[in-house]
Design a protein around this ligand. Structure first.
Ligand SMILES: C[S@@+](CC[C@H](N)C(=O)[O-])C[C@H]1O[C@@H](n2cnc3c(N)ncnc32)[C@H](O)[C@@H]1O
Length: 332
């Protein structure tokens, strides 16, 4: 009897623990199908089902969940409308938005984490399809820009930077912001993903001081050295065994006293361990993505590759996300 009661309590606790998932699921479905746009004004569910060609019963059920979560409200005439719009993801047209992050979590992170039992028993990993997911991942990274940009901009001013290399520049968000503030600084972005590089090229067309190179950084030979190299949200693409070699090459293309900044979640950091361990668990399900570094690992590599490392500065404390600055002190 005691065991049964205990089981019931545990089950109840796990069910309660899972409630936040319902909010994310509901918001994801709404974002993916544009339903928050559809219900922007009071409207009948059947009309939305017709207009969007959706299965009515499932849409009704999604609406029921939305009403219980207070994402939606129903008026006296039975019409449904969004509630608490400030909390809901925007439309896909306004991308990047919090909806892109939901999409990445729901379509990539959760399925990967759920495959742990299979991966462990079959001793295998998935392969990360950069062509397929590259653009979603590049979009979600840009959400960090808002918090990280002022730290990067401060470095540009402090170190009198004249040229910047952004490795894995994504859709060139940092480069565009930098170009607006520093039209005289030479800005180069390297991006391996064709679709993402094309978006970056298109977005930077009107900025004369930005050049986008569609290339793998491991194959890239620049025609000059840079005073600032940015490694933003890239290290999980680089095998830890190859990171020392990677930074040795960066040493070769960084000017004397030049700087590098590394943005990454850090393992075993004082803050945000739950988030960084979740990210790490996700990365580790792929044979071509790698664990995020720890502060100790970065310090060790900096020392071996001719850089002096400063203490990592949190960008999102609870997310375990940091920016770490290195300065070149010797050649390797
Ligand atoms: C997570 S995104 C980060 C984008 C941007 N740096 C930011 O922080 O917003 C990482 C980007 O690096 C690119 N990338 C990965 N490996 C690369 C490589 N070897 N050479 C160049 N780009 C690479 C990916 O295609 C992706 O667009």
């Amino acid at each position: 009897m005691i065991k049964e009661v205990s089981n019931m309590w545990k089950a109840r606790t796990w069910m309660k623990t899972n409630v936040p998932f319902l909010y994310s699921w509901h918001a994801y479905v709404g974002f993916e199908l544009g339903l928050f746009e559809a219900f922007k004004r009071p409207v009948r569910v059947g009309d939305v089902a017709d207009a969007y060609q959706l299965e009515t019963d499932l849409l009704e059920q999604w609406v029921e969940v939305g009403l219980s979560l207070k994402h939606l409200k129903r008026d006296a005439k039975g019409r449904v409308q969004i509630a608490r719009a400030w909390k809901l993801p925007g439309s896909k047209k306004d991308s990047p938005s919090s909806g892109d992050l939901l999409k990445e979590m729901m379509e990539l992170h959760i399925p990967s984490l759920l495959s742990y039992p299979e991966l462990m028993t079959e001793k295998k990993r998935h392969h990360f399809d950069s062509e397929k997911h590259g653009s979603t991942v590049a979009k979600t990274s840009t959400l960090l820009e808002l918090l990280a940009f002022h730290l990067i901009n401060r470095n540009v001013k402090k170190h009198h930077v004249s040229s910047i290399l952004d490795i894995g520049c994504g859709e060139a968000g940092y480069l565009i912001k930098l170009s607006k503030k520093h039209p005289d600084v030479k800005l180069t972005g390297i991006e391996i993903n064709r679709e993402v590089a094309e978006s970056a090229e298109k977005a930077t067309r009107d900025y004369e001081n930005i050049q986008i190179v569609h290339e793998d950084i491991h194959q890239y030979t620049p025609d000059q050295n840079y005073s600032y190299v940015m490694v933003n949200n890239l290290l999980h693409y680089i095998d830890p065994d190859k990171r020392e070699h990677f930074f040795s090459r960066l040493n070769e293309i960084t000017e004397d006293q030049g700087i590098i900044t590394i943005i990454s979640p850090l393992q075993k950091a004082k803050h945000g361990q739950q988030f960084s361990s979740a990210f790490n668990s996700f990365f580790m399900t792929f044979d071509n993505l790698y664990p995020i570094p720890s502060e100790e690992e970065l310090n060790l590599i900096a020392e071996k590759t001719g850089f002096r490392s400063e203490k990592p500065v949190p960008i999102i404390r609870e997310g375990g996300w940091f920016i770490t600055k290195w300065q070149k002190v010797s050649s390797v």
